[in-house]
Design a binder for this molecule. Structure first.
Ligand code: HEC
Ligand code: HEC
Length: 242
């Protein structure tokens, strides 16, 4: 197969097609932004896929979670409370990082600090592995049909230098990259509040401030639409199950 390269940015066309679309080749200015995102994507995907491999005792994780976490996060990590995130099916690397961040107060939350401050790294790894192993029930929030993906998800916004959310979170919001959270089926209210925290800087534990930089450019309306879109993708029960 002959692989064609863009004459301006020199990225191969099949790669550009995957990352954005053919439209990127129209002007030099647009092209350089796309090249920037493409490089970012390649860098990030290598880095995020490479995350540490976590070892531990899942059964011990289950016992710890049952005693200390399920009360709020729900049995097996499917939570009934719209402000408390589901943990089921979330990557262990992401969960472990968040627990460490709460413990070191890199991510501020009084409640969560109290829950993890006495856990050691091995116990946190066990819990992370347990929640990762839990299935994502394919349930949509009642009344939510499949929503059309907002443009920010698939295309980003080159004018505001916002890359498509999908390059990291996956087309379906169920990325398998180690360090990137699954968004599909997460509670709308939690997604909105955590994006608001990124936007006002209350949450600033993202690597290199990359997530804050993007979310800071979003309006209230965009945040709401993105949260609704991801929640409605299903994957986890977003409402209390009877
Ligand atoms: C009193 C209720 C409560 C308990 C008990 C609790 N949590 Fe949480 N947890 C929360 C809330 C509320 C949030 C959202 C906080 C925020 O916005 O930072 C949260 C957030 C988290 C997150 C971040 C998830 C994400 O998507 O970023 C992780 C991981 C987590 N909790 C793990 C645990 C573990 C492990 C335990 C048990 C050791 C636990 N939690 C116990 C209420 C609780
Ligand atoms: C360059 C890769 C990348 C892109 C692009 C990206 N994200 Fe993220 N996102 C991440 C990473 C990594 C984290 C975890 C940060 C941390 O360690 O706390 C994250 C975290 C989040 C969270 C928090 C989830 C939780 O469970 O707490 C939300 C919500 C989110 N991103 C939404 C978005 C939206 C909406 C877009 C598009 C406008 C977007 N992201 C684009 C990499 C990315």
């Amino acid at each position: 197969m002959v692989v064609k390269f863009c004459s301006i940015c020199a990225i191969s066309r099949p790669v550009l097609k995957i990352i954005v679309s053919d439209k990127c080749m129209k002007t030099r200015e647009r092209c350089s932004r796309v090249a920037f995102f493409s490089l970012l994507f390649l860098l990030v995907s290598n880095q995020l896929q490479a995350g540490e491999s976590i070892e531990g005792d899942i059964e011990n994780g289950r016992t710890l979670a049952d005693g200390k976490c399920d009360r709020c996060h729900g049995v097996g990590g499917v939570s009934d409370d719209p402000d408390t995130p589901h943990l089921a099916g979330q990557s262990a690397a992401y969960l472990l990082k968040q627990m460490r961040d709460y413990k070191s107060r890199a991510r501020e939350d009084r409640n969560m600090y109290k829950r993890v401050r006495k856990l050691d790294d091995r116990q946190m790894a066990d819990i992370a592995l347990w929640y990762e192993s839990q299935p994502l029930p394919e349930v949509r929030p009642p009344g939510e049909q499949e929503l059309k993906a907002p443009q920010l998800v698939t295309m980003g916004d080159t004018d505001r230098s916002i890359p498509p959310c999908a390059i990291c979170h996956g087309d379906d919001g169920k990325t398998t990259a180690n360090a990137v959270p699954v968004l599909a089926g997460q509670h709308v209210d939690y997604l909105v509040s955590t994006m608001e925290y990124f936007r006002d800087g209350t949450r600033n534990n993202d690597p290199g401030g990359a997530v804050q930089a993007m979310i800071k450019k979003l309006s209230d309306v965009e945040i709401e639409a993105l949260a609704r879109y991801y929640a409605a993708l299903g994957g986890r029960s977003a409402e209390p199950s009877e």
